[in-house]
Design a protein around this ligand. Structure first.
Ligand code: 3PG
Length: 212
């Protein structure tokens, strides 16, 4: 099933995680899980990202782990081989979407305009990443899209913070937000797992929604 609506219901926040050193992968995932987060979008922005993805998929069963920053069909295939449970792209082309829809996994295509929302919806998907959420128009933009297209669900990501997340989450078309603020690079590189757990817990508690 390619539609990712169920992926958006796992947690009110999807952490967008970038890991340089695969030795950090499992501790980061466990730290997030300890704080109540059950999902990670692991970006394919580092040379060792696929190694980190496979480690989390194999060793942290509490976490649903997906690959983020999927730009090409080859990256999508490699992520699936590494154990990705869903795929996220910052935007889509027709050919990338063609390929993603053959893989049998939930896919979360990035959109930033009404035309892109309509094009993805035409392919049978009702869940999308709104990226980059802040620069593209923020909560007001998503509220406006919800009038003509109320059935699509969005995960706004890009410039979202603990402070701005509630403004998105009160919208009926926003089940969750995404962001990198739960895993600051400084915390990851200093093995400060308790800081990540605290940020995860703070996010889940302050957003005022029960975890799925
Ligand atoms: C993404 O890929 O979704 C973004 O890089 C995350 O954006 P943020 O760092 O502003 O949360």
């Amino acid at each position: 099933m390619a539609d990712a609506t169920s992926v958006l219901q796992v947690s009110p926040v999807i952490p967008v995680v970038t890991i340089d050193d695969p030795r950090h992968a499992v501790p980061v995932a466990k730290a997030l899980a300890d704080g109540g987060i059950r999902i990670i979008e692991l970006t394919l922005r580092t040379d060792s990202a696929l190694t980190s993805l496979a480690l989390i998929a194999n060793e942290v069963p509490d976490i649903l782990v997906g690959a983020g920053t999927v730009l090409t069909a080859a990256q999508a295939d490699a992520a699936v081989s590494a154990g990705a449970q869903f795929l996220v792209s910052p935007g889509v082309t027709a050919s990338l979407l063609d390929h993603l829809l053959t893989l049998g996994l939930p896919v979360l295509p990035g959109v930033a305009t009404v035309g892109e929302v309509m094009a993805v919806q035409e392919r049978g998907l009702a869940a999308m990443k709104f990226f980059p959420a802040g620069p593209a128009g923020g909560p007001a933009y998503l509220a406006a899209i919800g009038a003509p297209i109320p059935q699509v669900r969005f995960c706004p990501t890009g410039g979202v913070s603990l402070a701005s997340a509630p403004d998105y989450l009160k919208l009926p078309n926003v089940p969750c937000v995404g962001g990198s603020w739960l895993t600051p690079r400084s915390a990851v590189e200093s093995d400060d797992w308790s800081q990540i757990t605290a940020l995860a817990r703070q996010a889940t508690e302050l957003l005022g929604r029960p975890l799925g």
